[in-house]
Design a protein around this ligand. Structure first.
Ligand code: 6GU
Length: 281
């Protein structure tokens, strides 16, 4: 699978795309990532890519012609005339929120172009002409689309055959099952006085799987109850139904830490304070 990334800051990607699993996947030629500097599409002496917004206001706007030329030069099509050879994804907070089902859909393509916005955004007319798929990571604001593009590549590349060492790794994920994952443990079995759940030492595979499902359901109910509706609408096996009923009937212990009561929650920079002090818009 090939990714063509259009960015003003190609250097941003050198770390994340050359580390760990993505590094190995690129070396094995399972994925190809080409970085294209949008500034290379300029023709003027000063290599100007942006200008002030019509109507006034803060920040700068990427010029439509520069973005169009950058895409056309690499993807060999004419914006507004012919279709690009692959989907074009524009990373923007105005986009559709990325989730695992969109990741899997994107992974069905053999090539993706990723357009990273910056400053206040891109002149809307080139967006209208290209009609990219606009994708956001969620309801917060980054300084540019680069971080989002790196994250999208990482999420999508995991579905390219061979990228994950173990071919099962993507199917047991959180969100592949529609639930959060059960907790994991490794040696030693007792760490600073804390034992692991005894069942994990039993060697009884079916019981361990049942325990994992129960823990996954319990966690999901506690942390992400919004995910449960869809999960229990699937055909449940008898075994799943029984575990579901058990977890459903439990009262939530109310002494578990939440995001607000965690150690550090009231320190400067903790989520509560960011809203008031550190967010620009
Ligand atoms: Cl895709 N871009 C920017 N600039 N900020 C974001 C985002 C994207 N997703 C969440 N915040």
């Amino acid at each position: 699978m090939r990714f063509d990334v259009f960015t003003l800051f190609p250097d941003y990607f050198s770390g994340p795309l050359s580390t760990s699993i993505l590094k190995r996947a690129r070396e094995a030629d399972l994925i190809q990532i080409e970085l294209h500097d949008i500034r290379d599409a300029t023709t003027d002496k000063w290599r100007v890519v942006d200008d002030a917004p019509f109507g006034g206001g803060a920040g700068m706007v990427l010029k439509a012609e520069i973005v169009a030329k950058a895409l056309e030069n690499v993807l060999n099509f004419d914006v507004g005339v012919s279709a690009p050879p692959c989907p074009v994804v524009y990373l923007t907070p105005q986009g559709r929120t990325l989730n695992q089902s969109l990741v899997e859909e994107l992974a069905t393509h053999s090539r993706l172009a990723l357009l990273c916005g910056h400053y206040e955004g891109i002149d809307e007319r080139v967006i209208e002409a290209v009609q990219p798929l606009e994708v956001s990571l969620g309801d917060f604001v980054l300084t540019g689309g680069e971080g989002a593009a790196a994250i999208l590549i990482e999420a999508v590349a995991r579905f390219v055959p061979g990228v994950l060492g173990n071919e099962n790794s993507a199917s047991g994920d959180s969100f592949a099952t529609g639930l959060l994952e059960a907790p994991h443990y490794t040696r030693p079995a007792n760490w600073r006085g804390r034992d692991i759940p005894e069942i994990l030492l039993s060697g009884h595979h079916a019981n361990i799987e049942a325990w994992r499902l129960e823990e996954a359901l319990r966690r999901t109910k506690k942390r992400r109850p919004d995910l449960l509706g869809e999960w229990q609408q699937r055909e449940l096996s008898k075994r799943e139904r029984k575990i579901w009923d058990k977890v459903q009937s439990e009262r939530q212990p109310d002494d578990e830490p939440t995001l607000d009561t965690m150690p550090g929650a009231d320190e400067p920079g903790a989520p509560e304070n960011i809203d008031e002090e550190n967010t620009e818009k």
